[in-house]
Design a protein around this ligand. Sequence first.
Ligand SMILES: Nc1ncnc2c1ncn2[C@@H]1O[C@H](COP(=O)(O)OP(=O)(O)OP(=O)(O)O)[C@@H](O)[C@H]1O
Length: 254
Amino acid sequence: MLDPTSPLKDFGDRLASPPLPAELKGLVYETGGKRVINDVNATIRSRRITAIMGPNGAGKSILLRLMHGLILPTNGEILWAGRQMDRAMAHQQAMVFQRPVLLRRSVAANVSHALGLRGIKRDKRAICVDEALRLAGLECHAAMPARVLSGGEQQRLCLARALSLEPNVLFLDEPTSSLDPASTLAIERLLLDAQRRGIKVILVTHDIGQARRLADDVMFLHHGRVLEHQDAQNFFDDPQSEELRAFLSGGLVL
Ligand SMILES: Nc1ncnc2c1ncn2[C@@H]1O[C@H](COP(=O)(O)OP(=O)(O)OP(=O)(O)O)[C@@H](O)[C@H]1O
């Protein structure tokens, strides 16, 4: 539970009207002479954990980057509650990458720096840092150089930093792919906790067990196209396409 005096305490209030759902309309992305996202149409509903799955090279990371506005589509558009992404909206979102991207500074300074970039005043920053590190179980490591943390701790720090920004959408690109089962479960607990606080989570994962544990709905990408997008139970129990059946049984090779 959040400390009621924490500046993070108003997560729930602030998230009462997040800019969601997202509509992906005729989304196309071409790079290196290749069409790597091909006419993607989808509705991403709010307040759920959405998993994006698919074989290597299917376009999952590119789709995540398009949704977060890190790259622009060649064609088509992404609307958040009917609006195009703008700077203010991008600031309400956060992303965690597959490999921890950290500054050569202390654990606390990594969170504080990100808050500073968002214009949070220094006195409020210290409280936010403490709260974020506590949520991630890293408060004892606050003064340590971030680079000496284990891989799992570094990834928890990246997640703590992202959550400290009070995003209403959190994107994650294979955040646990190099972590052991205990570290993976620690990250998953943080994600479920974030979702309970109203944060929309969009997660790329290769881990079928993880998608089963976390996702409310799952999108299956293949050759840049969405072949299926269903509630998680239907996705796993009643796949409609040959490709998804093969993928789930470990037989789909691009
Ligand atoms: N700058 C680029 N130039 C050429 N091709 C690119 C470029 N960036 C991405 N691609 C290609 O786009 C396709 C989709 O890449 P993306 O990283 O989204 O795949 P992915 O589904 O996330 O794969 P993985 O599961 O292996 O991480 C791949 O075939 C990749 O080689």
